[in-house]
Design a protein around this ligand. Structure first.
Ligand SMILES: [Ca+2]
Length: 194
């Protein structure tokens, strides 16, 4: 009985260790056809102008479309505070800039109400964003530009945001985001094409 109990404890400990290791180093889907793994668009404060849409998708049935107006964003609130240095080193996503292809799309990490760090998508892509074309982007979270007003610890974040800086009343034009995945520290970083 005692030996069996010890084996059970050991097995449980090994299982917990495996879960912890996977949480720190594996990949974590944020959105594919729906919010995943506890990420939530509807509890995030910066999701104005974003909605699920089925006409322009990268894969599956659904993507997120964001109307080009008023600093609109798609935003996912993480289920817990994450480190952009220790938990997830990069993020993979597909973006379609839509027919008017604004060049002012930006990726940002927030901690609460504060911007932690950011980067322009055109910088990540290395060329003008093409119109009405899905492009894969892989953004190194450690290489983001820290915000001058970032919180005391500029490594921690709890919101993932993709924003347009286009102003105005907004027409029918949108940009689209699909297949958002955080990549852990064991993901081979060179040559990953999304
Ligand atoms: Ca999809």
């Amino acid at each position: 009985m005692c030996v069996r109990f010890q084996r059970l404890v050991f097995f449980c400990w090994m299982s917990l260790a495996a879960v912890a290791a996977r949480a720190a180093t594996g990949s974590l889907t944020v959105f594919d056809d729906a919010d995943e793994n506890g990420f939530n668009r509807f509890t995030c404060a910066f999701g104005n102008g974003a909605r699920a849409e089925q006409d322009t998708v990268h894969s599956g049935t659904t993507a997120i479309g964001v109307t080009l107006a008023d600093f609109n964003s798609v935003c996912w609130q993480a289920p817990a505070v994450l480190s952009r240095l220790n938990d997830y080193r990069s993020i993979s996503l597909w973006v379609n800039a839509g027919p008017s292809a604004p060049q002012d799309l930006r990726f940002l990490l927030y901690r609460g109400e504060d911007i932690v760090a950011k980067i322009d998508l055109v910088t990540v892509y290395g060329a003008p964003l093409p119109a009405s074309t899905w492009i894969p982007l892989r953004i190194s979270l450690s290489d983001l530009v820290p915000d001058p007003n970032a919180p005391a610890d500029p490594s921690l974040f709890d919101d993932v945001v993709i924003r347009t800086y286009t102003m105005g009343a907004g027409g029918a034009d949108r940009f689209f985001v699909d297949d958002v995945v955080l990549l852990g520290t064991d993901i081979f970083e060179d040559g990953f094409d999304g």
